[in-house]
Design a protein around this ligand. Structure first.
Ligand SMILES: [Zn+2]
Length: 334
C-alpha cells in the first residue's frame, strides 16, 4: 500500500489520542449537506490510557444494525477503571456511525457497507473516509483488534468469536488464542465468502492480532449475547495483558468453515420454513429449510439441503427470502 502518497485524512479527533487518562470525544468528519452547510459526522470515541503497555482497538457498529458490540462498548467506555489497565484501550462503539444512527447495515449517506470499504479513501465517500481514518490513523496504533458483529436484520448466528485462517501461521495462532480467551459459547475458524474490502483483511495484512464475532442477530440483542460480548471484551483485554486479572474462561466448541459447501443460498423467492434450529446437528444432504412459493397454493416448496455435515451456525432471519439470499450456514464441529 502506498499510503504515504495519499492526502491527509479529513477526520479530526476532538481528543488527544496519546494523552494519559480517560478521554471521551469524537472523530469529527466534515460532511456538508442540506441541513448543515458546514456540518460534520461526529463518531463517538473513548481513549483510556494508563502507562505504555499494549494498545487494543475495540469496535462495534461496523454494520449499523448489529447491537451487542455497541452495547458492550458504550458500557465498557463508561465503566472501565483506568487504574485496572496497563496500556491503551481505544473504543469506537459504532464505526459506521451514520448507519448505526439509522439502524441500517449500510450508511444512509452513501449506501457504503463499511466492511466492504477498506482500506478506504481520504477523498472518497463518507464511509470510505471513515475506513481510511481507521486504516492510517487508528490501526497502526493497535496491537490487538476486536471488531464486534452480529447477524443484523437478515441473519441470526449461534454466538461465536472468530479468527481467520491466515498464511502466517504464527499470526493465525495468536488470533485463535485470542478467540479462545474471548470465551464465547462457540469459536470459529473462519472462511470468508468475499474478503475483499473487509476491515478484517486490512487489519490482518498489517500483522495485527484480530478477533471478530457473530453474536446473534435479527436486528436486536439479547441478554445472553450482550453478556457474552461484555465478558469477551474484558477477556481479550486481559489476554492482551492490558486489563489486570485472570481470564474468565468458559467452555467453547470450535467450528470450522472448511469450504463453500458451508453456505446455502436461495434460488427462489418465497416463504422460508427453517427445519433446523441454530446449534442443531445436521447431516450432509439433510433437508434444512424449504421455500414456499407464495403466489398460489398447490406448488411444491424449493428444498434447501445441507452441503456438509456439522451444526447450523447461521440462518436467514426474516420469514421471506429472495433469490441469492444466504439462508443457512453449516459449520463443522471439531
Ligand atoms: Zn456485521
Amino acid at each position: 500500500m502506498q499510503l504515504q502518497t495519499l492526502r491527509p485524512s479529513p477526520v479530526t479527533p476532538t481528543i488527544d489520542l496519546d494523552k494519559q487518562g480517560v478521554q471521551h470525544g469524537f472523530l469529527r468528519l466534515p460532511y456538508s449537506r442540506d441541513d448543515s452547510a458546514w456540518g460534520s459526522v461526529m463518531i463517538p470515541i473513548a481513549v483510556l490510557r494508563n502507562g505504555d503497555g499494549p494498545t487494543a482497538l475495540l469496535t462495534g457498529g461496523n454494520h449499523g444494525d448489529e447491537y451487542e458490540g455497541p452495547i458492550a462498548l458504550f458500557d465498557l467506555a463508561r465503566t472501565l477503571d483506568i487504574n485496572t489497565i496497563n496500556g491503551t484501550v481505544i473504543i469506537v462503539p459504532a464505526m459506521n456511525y451514520p448507519a448505526f444512527q439509522a439502524g441500517t447495515r449500510t450508511s444512509p449517506i452513501d449506501k457504503g457497507n463499511m466492511n466492504r470499504s477498506y482500506p478506504g479513501k481520504p477523498d472518497g465517500t463518507v464511509t470510505q473516509k471513515i475506513a481510511d481514518y481507521f486504516t492510517r490513523e487508528l490501526l497502526p496504533r493497535a496491537d490487538v483488534v476486536l471488531d464486534f458483529h452480529s447477524g443484523g436484520k437478515t441473519l441470526d448466528f449461534v454466538p461465536f468469536a472468530a479468527a481467520h485462517i491466515l498464511p502466517d501461521k504464527v499470526q493465525e495462532a495468536k488470533g485463535f488464542d485470542a478467540v479462545k480467551a474471548f470465551s464465547a459459547p462457540w469459536s470459529m475458524r473462519m472462511l470468508e465468502i468475499d474478503a475483499v474490502g473487509m476491515y478484517d483483511t486490512t487489519v490482518e495484512e498489517m500483522g495485527k492480532v484480530f478477533v471478530t464475532t457473530e453474536l446473534g442477530g435479527g436486528g436486536t440483542a439479547r441478554a445472553e449475547t450482550v453478556a457474552i460480548a461484555k465478558r469477551g471484551a474484558a477477556n481479550v483485554l486481559r489476554h492482551a495483558g492490558i486489563l489486570h486479572g485472570a481470564i474468565e474462561h468458559r467452555e467453547t466448541r470450535w467450528l470450522d468453515m472448511p469450504s463453500g459447501n458451508c453456505f446455502s443460498f436461495a434460488e427462489d423467492a418465497g416463504l422460508i420454513e427453517t427445519m433446523v434450529d441454530l446449534g442443531e446437528a445436521v447431516q450432509e444432504g439433510q433437508l434444512i429449510a424449504q421455500i414456499y412459493p407464495i403466489g398460489r397454493t398447490g406448488a411444491a416448496p424449493a428444498e434447501i439441503r445441507a452441503g456438509i455435515t456439522g451444526v447450523l451456525a447461521a440462518r436467514h432471519f426474516p420469514g421471506l427470502v429472495k433469490p441469492g439470499d444466504c439462508v443457512a450456514v453449516v459449520g463443522t464441529v471439531d
